[in-house]
Design a protein around this ligand. Sequence first.
Ligand code: S3P
Length: 452
Amino acid sequence: MPPQLRPPAPLTATPAPPLSGRIRVPGDKSISHRALMLGALAIGETSIDGLMESDDILATVAAMRAFGALVTRSAPGAWRVRGLGVGGFLEPEDVIDFGNAGTGIRLAMGLVGSQAIPATFTGDAALRGRPFGRFLDPLRRMGVQVIARSNDRLPMTIKGPDITLPLEYRMPVASAQVKSAVLLAGLNTPGVTTIIEPLATRDHTERMLARFGAAIEFDTNEDGERVVRLEGRRDLKAQAIAIPGDPSAAAYPMVAALLIEGSDLTIESVLLNPMRSGLIETLLEMGGDITITNRRALGGEEVGDIRVRSSRLRGVAVPPARAPSMIDEYPLLAVAAAFAEGTTTMDGLGELRLKASDRITVVAAGLAANGVAVEEGPESLAVTGGTAPIGGGRVATRFDPRVAMSFLVLGMAAPSGVTIDDAGSIQPHFPEFQSLMTGLGAQFEKAEPPAA
Ligand code: S3P
């Protein structure tokens, strides 16, 4: 049900006992989308192990089926995709509805942008409210036709030309979604599509394209910019892909264990890609007791087991250049900062205003409601901790799952707990979150909606 239509589900987190033991988190969301999509374009049958099975990923499954790929599930997390070959997508019979999945829809639009078939996309009310202009811009320059509501909003129809034009694109913003959409369009484009990234973003698309046999090269130029070159119109070969644990999902139990005294928790088999590890780097600088063992390769990426013991944290200045490697983790870092001695400054956060909610404003308001000293700037947050925040506040989550989960972590560690106005956004995004956390001892109780 669209988030604005379902009744809100307020939830209170009260102080939790120490977290201990060994856990696993679901497969990485970014890699799950990409494995399904490249599987749908490859020749042969791709097998995927450890696929995240949230609504966002199931929307990508449905889209790949709508384009003609055969996608089947044999066991939890175990999927097979029989691909159609690069350029082999069929015209979908119906509108493709991605629900709340911003990454899935953008990457799928890139895929279909270089195929001469029309496809009409829509999403839930939240996604229909978000502008797509900056990401359609490079696709239009490749010759893709877009018919959209005003201000480039969903629903919209995308149709590739007979032959897409290769593009050399210097990224005006640091966005892995924009980069990936252009690269995926480049797959069925003759010639070389080039991306220049002044600030490098997560590179799962590049790594997985290389794995599937695409003609792709990436390195750093003399100005320190990342350059990716992809030669299109080459066949992709089906692969067996094992998906590492999602570091953005592991982040919640990890921070909870750091904040709750006496905790000693190990999260196994988590993706350690440096473009995703900014939160761990920052928490280490803050004095977090985090150790990584059993480093090994899995699915073309590095994984390891992360052991976290409760720690007294201190405030740090997080460099703006680190933002792409922890872009989804700032709400949670802001929660950790509320327990750290001194001030944590986070800068270069412009992209955060364009996520599922305006995360700078929403996080600042949530912290303030719990007695935490916080300052909001146009592209920054400064959080001053010290003693544990009092908690006891009610947080408006604006249908944003990462905000909802971050503030439940605050409630697990704050003496007076925290109530979030709606936990309903979490289930479609990270279905295992509540059972994982309550399995570790978290106490979540349904709360009363506010009096009308
Ligand atoms: C993603 C990229 C990030 C991130 C999103 C997933 C991806 O967005 O916020 O949750 O899978 O490529 P950007 O486009 O800002 O990099």
